[in-house]
Design a protein around this ligand. Structure first.
Ligand code: PLP
Length: 376
């Protein structure tokens, strides 16, 4: 797709440029075909049909059944629904990890005020859940376990299949915040055996303000949004037809080109890390080998991530420090603390997250600029 503005965008974990086909798929439903999908007249027939088709496409992309997909306003709502209502299914304590996104952490804080005990799983130096620690923490009184599939700051992918089995063996419901993973790595909900899974359109080249929650058949979760009869009375509110249609197109396109983009992004990552290594700069790469393609978290010794970000911004390059969703909080992020980045490196952390629209010339310019900023 053509670049819209003259800059280098390397913050795809924060949000992505919309896919061209997805954008075009939205237009009819933002212009002439504006019927309310819940109405019985013929002017709403096509809206009903495209909603059904979108649900089917999305379900196929994660190997779910269409009835298991519920449209929401995005990752934050899906996470809040999963935590606040998921915890009521069985009661008991809730287990999550110390590196979750604030959509999960703050939803957990909210239910803590109602007396729910929250327990936190720790991660190793690469940001991966310590399975032995999880075995000790998830117990017979655990009602819900929520662990993200991939971390937004460092990209590390978690052992979801093992964790969901562990939860199931103790009789607990398992939720995964897959906002950074859907559309970027293959996902099969049946193989992973998860009960609830959150996703967000704008993280995989779809529109902002749309997402979904996968709810496994038989998991008796209460609605979070009360109101009309939409989404089988499970998520009230007039359907955002244009965005739902576009989200389905974006997800299908990303999945079709996933392998090709993965190889391209891996090559770019290697280029960036090699160039920095050859420049006599003291740095650490955070995260695991098994991570989201294109997501690179680097900590530079005795630097400030904030300063690097602003210098790069002046050069027309968008990168991030810790988590972009947490830009108000300029302190060292909870993720960087949890993986124990040494003190002299922690403040100098930046995140480069490349996406399918980045090209080699941008990557060359990005890394040359970054080296210049860090050296100066
Ligand atoms: N979960 C994770 C892991 C995220 O990275 C984000 C956004 O950055 C969210 C949840 C929130 O998603 P949304 O922006 O769609 O509300």
């Amino acid at each position: 797709m053509e670049r819209i503005i003259d800059m280098i965008y390397a913050d795809n974990a924060a949000t992505t440029q919309i896919d061209k086909d997805a954008f075009e798929a939205m237009i009819p439903f933002l212009t002439n075909e504006y019927g309310n999908a819940s109405q019985p007249y013929s002017f709403a027939t096509r809206e009903k049909k495209v909603l059904k088709d979108a649900r089917k496409i999305i379900a196929e992309c994660i190997n779910a059944d269409p009835e298991e997909i519920y449209f929401t306003s995005g990752g934050t709502e899906s996470d809040n629904w999963a935590i606040k209502m998921g915890n009521r299914i069985r009661g008991g304590n809730v287990v999550t990890s110390e590196i979750e996104h604030h959509a999960v952490l703050n939803a957990c804080d909210a239910i803590k005020k109602d007396g729910v005990e929250i327990k936190y799983l720790s991660v190793d130096r690469t940001g991966v859940i310590d399975i032995d620690n999880a075995r000790n923490i998830i117990d017979k009184n655990t009602g819900l376990v929520s662990v993200m599939m991939a971390n937004n700051e460092i990209g590390s992918i978690q052992p979801i299949k093992e964790l969901s089995k562990m939860a199931r063996d103790k009789g607990a419901i398992f939720h995964t915040d897959a906002v950074q993973a859907v559309g970027h790595i293959p996902i099969d909900v049946k193989d992973l055996n998860v009960d609830l899974l959150s996703a967000s359109g704008h993280k995989f080249n779809g529109p902002k303000g749309i997402g979904f929650l996968y709810v496994k058949k038989g998991v008796n979760i209460d609605p979070y949004m009360n109101g009309g009869a939409q989404e089988k009375r499970m998520r009230a509110g007039t359907e955002n037809v244009a965005s739902i249609v576009a989200m389905a197109v974006a997800l299908r396109n990303n999945i079709q080109s996933m392998e090709e983009h993965k190889l391209k992004l891996k090559k770019y990552e290697n280029m960036i890390l090699e160039s920095i290594s050859n420049s006599n700069i003291d740095f650490i790469v955070n995260g695991n080998e098994n991570k989201i393609p294109g997501n690179i978290s680097i900590s530079f010794r005795n630097m400030e991530g904030e300063v690097i970000l602003h210098r790069m911004d002046i050069m027309g390059i968008s990168i991030s420090t810790g988590s972009a969703c947490d830009s108000v909080n300029t302190q060292i992020s909870h993720v960087i603390k949890a993986i124990n980045v040494p003190d002299d490196f922690a403040e100098g952390t930046i995140r480069i997250s490349l996406g399918k629209y980045n090209n080699i010339d941008e990557v060359k310019l990005l890394v040359a600029s970054l080296i210049k900023v860090v050296k100066n």
